[in-house]
Design a protein around this ligand. Sequence first.
Ligand SMILES: Cc1cc2nc3c(=O)[nH]c(=O)nc-3n(C[C@H](O)[C@H](O)[C@H](O)COP(=O)(O)OP(=O)(O)OC[C@H]3O[C@@H](n4cnc5c(N)ncnc54)[C@H](O)[C@@H]3O)c2cc1C
Length: 401
Amino acid sequence: MTGPPTVLTNPPPLVVLGAGYAGLTVAEEARRRSRGTLPIVLVDRHPVHVLRTQLYEIGALARANGRVARWVVPLADLLDRSGVTLREGTVEAIDLERRTVRVDDAELAFGTLAICLGNVANYYGVPGAREHTETVYRLSGAQRLAGALRRIEAASAGLPGEQRPRVVVVGGGSTGTELAAEVATTDWSEVVGGPARPPDVFLLTGSLPFLAGFAPSLIDRARRTLVHSGVAIVPGINVTEVEPNRVHLADGTVLACDLAVWCAGLEAPAVVRDLPAPHGKGGRLVPEPTLELPGRPGVFAVGDVVEFADRESGLLVPATAQAALSEARVAARNVVARIEGRSLEPYRYRERGMLVALGVRRGAGRIGGVTLWGRPARLLKGAVEREYSRTAERGEPSGLL
Ligand SMILES: Cc1cc2nc3c(=O)[nH]c(=O)nc-3n(C[C@H](O)[C@H](O)[C@H](O)COP(=O)(O)OP(=O)(O)OC[C@H]3O[C@@H](n4cnc5c(N)ncnc54)[C@H](O)[C@@H]3O)c2cc1C
């Protein structure tokens, strides 16, 4: 039984910044919760929702050669008939005092606000890293990387002797691991449509442990799978400088390479780092347990842009799409509660599982206490990703892991 519809009398709009996993879910859930009575403006610099969790599929991206439909969902199709207004543009500034947002040259006033702008690569001041490495954090970066790999592989048959192309991946978290495994296991001859030598892949984990935060048994298995696929894991040594085709390590080693990829860490975008609000690591916003910024009623921060410590364990909630979606549902309910003058609910993180791709045919993960390996884990990861894009296309809530 649903109760009588709540009528919100001409509330000023909810403005949602960012149409990623967090922003899209906040907008759709707030629309549902307010039964369409709350005006909602969703702002993103791109007209598409990027399926960012799939950007490690670098072989497939290289094969697609610019046809990226598989990695995006057009926002206009998604929001058609939803009543959510899409505003394409770049968020340049957020004024929490005047309750306005600057999008390109225009100013947008908000009644409530959800900041869901994700994150950007953090180069930790390493000289040359920004200029001379590729990334997979955004679709444009992943496409550039895919193009570079294509070119290197297409030329590889002409290398002298037994020489192979060399790819260095910096960062041993799940993004670096998935990417290194994907590069090592892709059939590059098939991608370039001619002879190609498989690349030598180095995964530099830096001072952080390989796959930090994952269960020890899973880490061991993942390490063995990567080594079996030909990935050389170099632990414990930070990168100190990157030059074109050369990566310098803290122990004095210089690794020559055809391509270096930066997967070493993330920080909040500058527009968020500049906000007068509590900040955590990498400039992420530290909200109240309700995801509202302290002393800023109606201003919420959701997804990768947030540093949130779980109240029970004290552990930081990981920067995952899974967490972004669950935070977004709570934030949307709290937006409507704030407008209606009801009390806000705290966010509690519950991990539903973890799956990591270890190449085109293998994976590893834990779901509901059950550990999965190899082909079944990889198939499940693919199924979860397809399920998310299907539900996103239909504008339905997703159970993405
Ligand atoms: C290769 C890779 C694999 C991953 N695999 C997994 C996985 O298997 N499972 C998992 O749970 N998580 C995974 N993640 C993490 C997951 O992608 C993020 O946690 C998730 O995208 C966070 O959602 P978000 O909405 O906070 O940010 P995003 O999805 O990044 O969305 C941010 C949005 O804000 C927009 N934006 C940013 N700045 C501006 C601006 N100034 N103006 C206008 N618009 C702006 C962007 O265009 C974007 O649409 C992976 C990440 C990567 C990179």
